[in-house]
Ligand binder design. Structure first.
Ligand SMILES: Cc1ncc(COP(=O)(O)O)c(C=O)c1O
Length: 463
């Protein structure tokens, strides 16, 4: 019987390694099939003119790479490819595992998130009401779902009526639904000069004009907004009153009153975004309470439960309900009830409250770490916020710092993605402290940031 004999010429290095590499190459080329037995070691040693020990070492090396498996008494076999389930197929492991990525605004990881998700799936598979999950429902979402979500929002200190809610596929969908349904192409949206990039792209997709209004740590400057209104009143004003993303600025109570007065005077809609969750005691009076007749409010489960759920709510004045429901129906008929069921089951469990309590404390502890490591710098943030806005010292450039940090294995954002229109980007970075795997990893990243900040700027030369 002829046996498979590799040709070792193309592989450099010691012979045993060449044998292992030739096995790997033959598997990739389909020359050796999954489950196929490799030649007995003595026969291959004779055919290659090497010692049995060399072949043994080569096989062991191939096994170490995960290409083959040795079975005592039977020989060495090419590994069977693992059966891929439909779940594995969707999963793309990150190739950036060496980088501490603090560029995305995520809630801090905790095993409870996955446990709660699995528990919801299990409970649902045993529940008899599965039929509602595969049927068409009201575009606004099932009444029972809206009531459950309204009940949960009440626990979070947001007093909203189930009848004024539409269920959306996350906060981003809520924003985009409002902009595409209520505004016509070419109409004007005003917002803080630096704002959540998803709102900028939703406005671009809806072909709106955008104007960035100056703001400070107390939020949007009302003089600047008033001047804009006098020139050209915006059809809609988009705000994140409790916590600007990226800067953490919080709109003062006085300015909330002024904002509402201006919106009434110039007949603008208000789009209030509360997705960046803060505990009730750190939030101001909601605009939907101050001006219920003109405020649309978006919230989502993303920063409290998990971003991948894609479940949010949109609160709307009564008179817009039908229009927005028609818009949602035109886009996707409705939000998949399956995902709403998962969210509704999850929020009804006591673990949801424990997770949020943990997260609130965890973020406070992480903010404290930021204070300890980066206290020499100007920082914008909320006590329990998941982002930190660090203004660079005079003479430093954010793009350069981000590049340097990336080389050191830390990823953060500069101001560019947050700039509305041609607003010049301030020299600052956003650090998403929630995204770190744990406090130790965060401390490591913060120290890298501190070291990079202390280095003198690189001299770049160009012609
Ligand atoms: C201010 C703000 N609004 C909306 C969103 C989008 O939320 P969702 O993931 O629920 O679509 C984000 C996401 O980071 C955000 O920061």
């Amino acid at each position: 019987m002829t046996i498979w004999v590799p040709s070792l010429e193309c592989f450099s290095g010691p012979r045993y390694r060449a044998i292992a590499q030739s096995i790997g190459a033959a598997i990739s080329a389909g020359e050796l099939a999954p489950g196929e037995r490799l030649p007995p070691q003595r026969r291959l040693a004779d055919a290659l003119g090497v010692t049995v020990g060399t072949v043994t070492r080569g096989y062991a090396e191939a096994e170490h790479h995960g290409w083959v498996t040795a079975r005592v008494g039977s020989g060495t076999f090419v590994k069977q490819s693992e059966p891929r389930t439909v779940f594995d197929m969707a999963w793309q492991p990150s190739d950036d595992s060496d980088v501490i990525d603090l560029s995305l605004s995520l809630p801090p990881p905790h095993p409870l998130r996955l446990q709660a998700f699995s528990a919801a799936l299990k409970a649902m598979s045993e529940s008899p009401s599965a039929v509602t999950r595969v049927s068409y429902l009201d575009a606004r979402g099932a009444e029972g779902h809206r009531e459950r979500l309204a009940g949960w929002l009440a626990q979070l200190g947001m007093s909203l009526d189930a009848d004024e809610l539409l269920i959306t596929q996350g906060g981003q969908h809520g924003i985009s639904l409002v902009l595409s349904t209520l505004l016509r192409p070419g109409e004007l949206m005003a917002t803080d000069a630096l704002t959540y990039p998803g709102a900028i792209s939703a406005a671009q997709q809806a072909h709106l004009k955008m104007v960035g209004i100056a703001f400070d740590e107390s939020g949007m400057c009302m003089e600047a907004l008033e001047a804009q209104c006098a020139r050209q009143p915006p059809r809609l004003i988009y705000v994140t009153p409790d916590q600007n993303n990226p800067t953490g600025a919080c709109l003062s109570e006085a300015r909330r009153e002024q904002l509402v007065a201006l919106a009434r005077r110039y007949d603008s809609w208000l789009l209030e975004d509360g997705v960046q969750y803060l505990p009730a005691e750190q939030r101001g009076t909601p605009l939907y309470q101050l001006a219920p007749e003109r405020t649309l409010f978006v919230f989502s489960t993303a920063k409290v439960l998990a971003g991948g759920l894609r479940i949010g709510v949109l609160r709307t004045p009564d008179k817009l309900l039908e229009r927005l429901a028609a818009g949602l129906r035109a886009q996707s008929w409705m939000v998949p009830p399956l995902m709403v069921d998962i969210a509704c089951y999850w929020i009804a469990q006591p673990e949801a409250a424990s997770l949020l309590a943990w997260q609130t404390e965890e973020l406070a502890a992480r903010q404290q770490l930021v204070t300890e490591v980066l206290s020499d710098y100007t920082l914008g943030r909320s006590h329990n916020g998941s982002n930190v806005w660090l203004t660079l010292p005079e003479g430093s450039r954010a793009i350069e710092l981000c590049e340097r940090l990336q080389l050191e294995g830390v990823k953060v954002s500069n101001a560019e993605p947050f700039c509305v229109g041609s607003t010049p980007a301030p020299q600052a970075i956003r650090i998403c402290i929630g995204a770190a795997a744990d406090r130790q990893t965060l401390t490591q990243a913060l120290n890298v940031i501190k070291q990079c900040l202390a280095q003198p700027p690189l001299a770049t030369v160009t012609v």
